[in-house]
Write a protein that binds this ligand. Structure first.
Ligand code: C5P
Length: 320
């Protein structure tokens, strides 16, 4: 399976809800930076992670991908098993759940605001649905996904979508053309719950009450037009002040990107990755060089969006 990272083109955050989550309106946009996830039958649940930032990923049962596999088994009613053809006898753990070995090759950095963990969970859902021939529809998978994390359902579909509620209620957005982005990775990580808490604290200290979030009609119209010069100035992220207050060096990263011609410069999700919208592919290459040359990020890479969601790829395509 291949599954994309996301950036948020709009992220409007309402006040905290009783359940601790925040009511959101966001525009998710999948980009061509992918993790690869492989599942194979095993006698117990096991997760192996290699690649970008793999050292800080939770193992086995705490891993979001394994939680996704367990949630799918439950939603699909496994057990009871649907016969040895579907789940071989030798692939069940001590609880009678179908066992699975999940191998994740990471390119999406961990805790970077790119929903890498959610992407892995989405890939595990689709892959286990195939492996166990569980037969859940895309819509049923999306419902299971929503129970795992706010961004998991989007990673199933990819493309560009408006997310509401916690972010899990999705409506596809019409987008013309392809957008060229540069992602600037930071040396550190940011924990999403802490960024939301900081956002609440900043608002409280300024006496600001968050308005109910609404989709930006201007941004959605600009995305339909297909003109990146219209889209760039309309990018917005209400978590950005919190992320920048926690990592002040991001201010400079964003400024350097703007200085070198980015049409828009934002922190991606809860950060600390910064996303820059470029005029075209060549200007994106120039931006990568400028950002890395200025020493304002750990590394930078060029991606395009919108990218497809979780997708089965043949072994020959793996690693491309
Ligand atoms: O849903 P997910 O596990 O990705 O969320 C991680 C954390 O981000 C939540 O525990 C919560 O602290 C915060 N969050 C939030 N409101 C949202 C989405 C996430 O407060 N809509």
């Amino acid at each position: 399976m291949r599954v994309p990272a996301k950036v948020n083109l709009q992220l409007s955050v309402g006040p905290p809800r009783r359940d601790g989550f925040h009511e959101l309106v966001t525009v998710f946009h999948a980009v061509s930076l992918y993790d690869e996830v492989t599942v194979t039958p095993a006698d117990r649940g096991r997760v192996t992670v290699t690649g970008e930032g793999s050292g800080s990923m939770p193992g086995d049962d705490d891993n979001l991908a394994m939680r996704a596999a367990a949630a799918l088994a439950k939603a699909a009613g496994l057990p009871p098993r649907r016969g040895p053809r579907v789940v071989p006898d030798d692939s069940a753990d001590g609880n009678g759940r179908p066992g699975v070995a999940i191998e994740i090759r990471k390119r999406i950095p961990v805790a970077a605001g790119l929903a890498g963990g959610s992407a892995d969970a989405a890939a595990a859902l689709v892959a286990c649905n195939e492996l166990w021939q569980a037969g859940l529809s895309q819509q049923e998978l999306a419902e299971v996904a929503a129970g795992i994390g706010s961004d998991v359902a989007f990673a199933l579909f990819g493309g560009t979508s408006v997310g509401q509620g916690r972010g899990e209620r999705l409506t596809p957005a019409l987008v013309t053309g392809q957008y060229h982005w540069v992602l600037a990775f930071s040396a550190g990580e940011l924990l999403t719950p802490e960024v939301y808490r900081t956002c609440d604290r900043i608002r409280e200290s300024r006496g600001v009450t968050a308005a109910p979030p609404r989709p930006s009609a201007e941004l959605l119209a600009a995305l339909r037009s297909g003109d990146p010069a219209e889209v760039g100035p309309l990018l917005s992220n209400e978590l950005q002040p919190a992320a920048v207050s926690m990592r002040p060096e991001l201010r400079r990263t964003l400024a350097v990107g703007r200085e070198y011609g980015a049409l828009g410069a934002i922190v991606s999700g809860s950060g600390p990755t910064c996303a820059f919208l470029a005029v075209d592919a060549q200007r994106a290459v120039d931006l990568v060089i400028a950002l890395t040359g200025a020493g304002v990020c750990r590394s930078a890479t060029r991606v395009v969006g919108p990218a497809q969601g979780a997708m089965v790829v043949s072994p020959s395509e793996v690693g491309r």
